[in-house]
Write a protein that binds this ligand. Structure first.
Ligand code: PGA
Length: 247
């Protein structure tokens, strides 16, 4: 819940200017997920750039409704998101779980509905500090993963998973490489227990206090396929350095 029309405008222009200075097509996929009211604004800014044959950033949303349509006041459907040009949607962010009582089952429903509408869900998984200290981190992630794994391999292959330890989000301290390696490897094993090892691997990205100065180390880990960036994405220079570190 950050941003305003004016702030978004200057942030997006600075990010796009920075990318255009690199003058090469960037290899990595970059997605921005603004709050719902600003999707059209960001879409318009990105469309202007696309007209100049320059289309480096895709649009995503921060959530979607568990319902497909109808009388659900205040909800935003998958179809509305695709109508607005979204290709991605975050589901099950820990802040939604904490303040909107989302469950692992509803996150799986949202992922399913997103995929049916042609969106790629970024499915967030993460344990609390208490869970980690109690030695329950892996078990807790399994509980969050279970309903999605139960839907089956087609859904799993259509998702990107984001490991986001709750204790790292907004804390200023990123998880250690060992913690990230352990959890990403665990999530990969759980996913492959359903999908098998055939086909291109499902992407697992990391989120939680990713900043420019640790991004290179983060991306040097083979098990990390990208980053979900919160606070640092509000600063164009930081965000550009993170994109650069992933190349
Ligand atoms: P952060 O946020 O990068 O500010 O820790 C991550 C997130 O909210 O997913």
């Amino acid at each position: 819940m950050n941003g305003s029309i004016q702030a978004n405008h200057s942030l997006m222009l600075s990010i796009l200017d920075g990318i255009s200075l690199w003058s090469l097509p960037i290899k990595q996929e970059v997605v921005v997920c603004p709050p719902f009211p600003y999707l059209q604004q960001i879409r318009d800014i990105l469309a202007l750039e696309a007209e100049e044959a320059f289309d480096p950033i895709s649009l995503g949303a921060q959530d979607l409704s568990v319902y497909e349509n109808g009388a659900h006041t205040g909800d935003v459907s998958a179809q509305m998101l695709t109508d607005l040009g979204c290709k991605w949607v975050i589901v099950g962010h820990s802040e939604r779980k904490a303040t909107h009582f989302e469950t692992a089952a509803s996150v799986a429903d949202k992922a399913r509905i997103a995929v049916a509408a042609g969106l790629t869900p970024i499915v967030c998984l993460g344990e609390s500090k208490e869970m980690r200290e109690a030695g329950q981190a892996l078990h807790n992630i399994d509980i969050q993963l279970q309903p999605i794994l139960e839907v089956g391999p087609d859904l799993i292959r259509s998702c990107v998973f984001a490991y986001e330890p709750i204790w790292a989000i907004g804390s200023g301290s990123i998880a250690t490489s060992e913690q990230i390696f352990e959890m990403h490897s665990h999530i990969r094993r759980q996913i492959q227990s359903v999908t098998g090892q055939e086909g291109s691997p499902v992407r697992i990205i990391y989120g939680g206090s990713v900043k420019a100065d640790q991004a290179r180390e983060l991306f040097s880990l083979d098990c990390v396929d990208g980053a979900l960036v919160g606070g640092a994405s509000l600063d164009a220079e930081e965000f550009l350095s993170i994109i650069d570190a992933a190349s």
